[in-house]
Write a protein that binds this ligand. Structure first.
Ligand code: C2E
Ligand code: MG
Ligand code: MG
Length: 364
């Protein structure tokens, strides 16, 4: 902790000092011949604007520190009342999530995954749903990051694994179809020591065959390309579970991990699907991921497919599976339908060109 008594009227003094401290601590140093780098973060609260008492000042400096860390280290942040609002909201979400766990208020909805060859529903993705009595309908995009930071994601994630496997067996029995179940794992869950045991136990208790479970992780979870990542993936796959990379293309998409880790499925992020087939660059990305999947024998799933134009493009390029509003948004387990889809026979651009002489002959 640094105390700066009487910083004076010039607000710049505090900021310049903060910058100096961050730069000084962040400068590379040599220790036993090794270059080391520390990445400091600093939060600043100023008396009396940011608090009239020591504990308020400390709490607000802490909030600013937290913000500095979130913005990528090697930085300082001055406290602001907006930060306090964000911090307050985080705390209320966290408290409400603890209650929701206790009161069993989380739900799972299931979104169909459709085989683009046959039109059959072959799988489903479990997605968390939560309506808090006070906060209202909460989107996973808002509460998952808070769960991740607070560590609550470990409990929530375990609940998701156990509930999804159990409900998937119900859906299978009701429909008579052996659907594959996809479950999202957060980065923190993926690093959890007893993850493999939890997955194995959820499978045993539910009776879902391991081959029908797919775990979706994001590129971020694989980024720390450590031996541990490799060991963890291998252990999960040894259970018979498959591994998908979710939101592929928006993270640090590195081809090396796709090959090094024996990935089973790539899910093309929705942002590349939205503007298909009009956007030339998105079309190029989608085609490339599909070709990569074909070359490496990896299943490719398109996310967020909403209309026929996108569907035709994906079928034309032989994408394996798709999910999205075109087929059905996530629904509660009791409403999940395995009714397949009929596709109009679409010619791929390549097939179309190959068949041009034939088509011309028909016209003549
Ligand atoms: P995700 O795993 O990539 O899930 C796909 C998201 O796209 C879902 O949003 C789904 O409702 C939405 N979606 C599906 N089809 C369409 C479409 O045609 N158009 C549009 N605009 N959206 C579509 P959702 O359910 O809000 O989940 C958001 C994210 O939250 C998920 O992205 C996933 O990263 C995370 N999440 C959800 N459930 C869980 C969970 O149980 N555990 C963890 N760790 N993360 C979860
Ligand atoms: Mg997902
Ligand atoms: Mg996704």
């Amino acid at each position: 902790m640094v105390l700066l008594p009487e910083p004076g009227e010039d607000a710049g003094v505090v900021e310049r000092l903060a910058r100096k401290i961050v730069d000084a601590i962040g400068a590379p140093m040599i220790l036993h011949g090794q270059e080391l780098e520390v990445t400091p973060s600093l939060g600043v609260a100023v008396f009396p604007d940011d608090g009239a008492h020591a504990d308020t000042l400390m709490k607000n400096a802490d909030t600013a520190l937290y913000r500095a860390k979130a913005l990528g280290r090697n930085a300082y942040r001055m406290f602001s009342s907006d930060m306090a609002k964000v911090a307050d909201r985080r705390l209320s979400i966290e408290a409400a999530m603890r209650q929701a766990l206790k009161r069993n208020e989380f739900r799972l909805h299931y979104q169909p995954q459709v085989d683009l060859d046959s039109g059959a529903v072959t799988g489903m993705e479990a997605l968390l749903r939560w309506t808090d009595p006070l906060l209202g309908v909460m989107s996973p995009a808002d509460f998952i990051p808070v769960a991740e930071e607070s560590g609550l994601i470990l409990q929530i994630g375990e609940w998701v694994l156990r509930t999804a496997t159990r409900e998937a067996v119900d859906i299978q029995q009701r429909s008579g179809h052996d659907l594959r179940l996809a479950v999202n794992l957060s980065a923190r869950q993926f690093r959890q020591n007893d993850l493999v045991e939890i997955v194995a136990d959820a499978l045993t208790r539910s009776g879902l065959p391991a081959a029908q479970l797919e775990l979706e992780i994001t590129e971020g979870a694989l980024m720390a390309d450590t031996d541990e990542t490799q060991v963890r993936l291998k252990a999960l796959q040894a259970l018979g579970v498959s591994i998908a990379i979710d939101d592929f293309g928006v993270g640090f998409s590195s081809l090396s991990y796709v090959t090094r880790f024996d990935i089973d499925t790539l899910k093309i992020d929705r942002s590349f699907i939205a503007a298909l087939p009009g956007s030339a660059s998105d079309a190029a990305v989608a085609r490339t991921v599909i070709a990569l999947g074909q070359a490496l024998d990896i299943t490719v799933v398109a996310e967020g497919v909403e209309n026929d134009a996108q569907l035709d493009f994906l079928r034309g390029h032989r994408c394996d599976l798709a999910q999205g509003a075109r087929f059905g948004m996530p629904v509660e387990p009791a409403s999940f339908s395995v009714q397949g889809f009929h596709f109009a026979a679409a010619l791929s651009p390549d097939d179309f060109i190959a068949r041009l002489p034939e088509l011309a002959a028909i016209r003549a």
